[in-house]
Structures are given as structure tokens and as C-alpha cells.
Design a protein around this ligand. Structure first.
Ligand SMILES: Nc1nc2c(ncn2[C@@H]2O[C@H](COP(=O)(O)OP(=O)(O)OP(=O)(O)O)[C@@H](O)[C@H]2O)c(=O)[nH]1
Ligand SMILES: [Mg+2]
Length: 220
């Protein structure tokens, strides 16, 4: 009888961070980490600055309590730009105001806080991005927050610094009385050039959504 049912889990993933930190490239690699060298070069060189929402989906079957659960990651990638560069360019706030009504944006399963390890200002901005997620009420009891120091091929971040940032994020979350504990905050160093951390990040995200995403049952 159990064989007749198909189990699903789905969850939205939102990468947040300043422009040029690697949100679009990283999301494309997380959707498909098994890229050839040629495909990787293409992604790195041809991914353009975002002026619109980018939506990427991928599915995988994960065993949860002996049941195969078809788990779908939905990435919603926004432009990192907050200021208008010209009358034709669009900003994060403008694009979000169009897509704000998306049901998938009501509750976010995984929030990626991305900064570029070579630019300190992108780390400083994370407070603004986190505040934004709080104001939007994206964080609920089943949200996982992952700090992603990206571009580690260019510079190695110190583990002590990362631990300090994670505890600052936790204090910030606790100050805002959000219903998540310290186990909901992780960090994974990444490089979209060497692919450091990409498989680890994907595993963490997919397992989190399989276990804590929005579950459903259908008939096979
Ligand atoms: N060296 C290095 N370059 C990277 C890495 N990740 C991304 N890049 C490059 O950084 C640039 C910006 O990457 P994007 O993914 O477009 O950045 P974004 O955060 O989406 O930027 P916006 O769309 O402006 O918000 C591109 O030229 C990428 O090829 C990385 O890990 N290492
Ligand atoms: Mg982008």
C-alpha cells in the first residue's frame, strides 16, 4: 500500500549578498554540481550581472525514515544591487516588489548569506541582508541559515573569523526573538572556481529540505 504513494518535499532557497559576490554562479553550480571544465568556464565567464529574478529548480530522491522522498530545491536569485545605477537598471527592491506575492517566498527553507572573501564591505553588508530577511518574515522555525564565504580560491578566510561571524548572526537572530537555535546556522566556505564546498553545500541543503521542507504525498 505504502508503495502506491509518492512522498515529496520542497523548499525555497534564497541567496542574499551584495552584487558580484557570486550568488548567480553559485546557485547554478548548486543545482548542477557535476559540470565539465568547459561548462564551468562557461558559467563563470558568461553569467551576467542580474537585473531580474533568476529561478532554478532541481530534484533528487532522498531516503527519509526509510521512505524515498522526491526533494525539490527552488532557488530564487535576486540582483544584489540596492542602488539604481541608471534609469534602465533594476534593483533588488524593485524586483522583489514584483515577486513578493510568490507563495514560495512566504517561508524560506534555506537562506544563504554570501560574501566575497576579498571584499570586506560585502561581509559588513550581511547585517543589512539579514535584517531584510527578518523584515520580510522569511525566517521561521524550519529555516536554515548558511554563511557562505565565497571566492576562497582568491583568499583563505580564517576559521576563527568565520566562527565569530556565525555567533554574531546567532546573537542577531536571538535579539529578534526568531524561533531558530544555533543548530540552524552553519557555514561552508566555497569557491566556484575550484568547486570547494559546492557538493557539501548541496548535500546540506537537500537533506535539510528533505527533512524540514514542505512535505506532501501523492499517488504514484
Ligand atoms: N575567483 C572567483 N570568482 C568567482 C567566484 N564566484 C563567482 N565568481 C565571479 O564573480 C563574478 C560575479 O558572480 P555572479 O554570480 O554574477 O555574482 P552575483 O552575486 O550574482 O552578482 P549580481 O547579479 O550583481 O548580484 C563573476 O565574474 C563570477 O565569474 C569564485 O568562487 N571565485
Ligand atoms: Mg546575479
Amino acid at each position: 500500500m505504502a508503495d502506491e504513494f509518492k512522498h515529496y518535499a520542497t523548499g525555497s532557497v534564497i541567496p542574499l549578498g551584495d552584487g558580484f559576490t557570486g550568488k548567480s554562479v553559485l546557485s547554478r553550480l548548486l543545482i548542477n554540481p557535476d559540470v565539465s571544465d568547459e561548462e564551468l568556464n562557461d558559467i563563470l565567464l558568461k553569467t551576467k550581472k542580474s537585473y531580474n529574478i533568476e529561478i532554478e529548480f532541481s530534484s533528487e530522491i532522498v531516503e527519509v525514515e526509510n521512505l524515498p522522498v522526491t526533494t525539490t530545491l527552488q532557488f530564487y536569485v535576486f540582483p544584489g544591487q540596492r542602488q539604481k545605477a541608471s534609469s534602465r537598471s533594476t534593483t533588488f527592491d524593485e524586483i522583489l516588489s514584483v515577486f513578493d506575492c510568490f507563495p514560495a517566498l512566504l517561508r524560506v527553507s534555506v537562506l544563504l548569506l554570501i560574501y566575497d572573501v576579498t571584499r570586506f564591505s560585502t561581509l559588513e553588508s550581511l547585517e543589512v541582508w539579514l535584517r531584510f530577511a527578518i523584515v520580510k518574515e522569511w525566517i521561521y522555525e524550519d529555516t536554515l541559515i548558511i554563511l557562505v564565504p565565497n571566492k576562497t580560491d582568491l583568499e583563505k578566510p580564517k576559521q576563527t573569523d568565520i566562527d565569530q561571524i556565525v555567533s554574531t548572526i546567532y546573537e542577531y537572530i536571538a535579539d529578534h526573538n526568531l524561533p531558530i537555535d544555533v543548530n540552524h546556522i552553519k557555514s561552508v566556505n566555497s569557491s566556484c572556481v575550484t568547486l570547494e564546498g559546492i557538493n557539501e553545500l548541496r548535500e546540506i541543503i537537500i537533506n535539510w529540505i528533505a527533512h524540514r521542507g514542505i512535505r506532501g504525498v501523492g499517488i504514484k
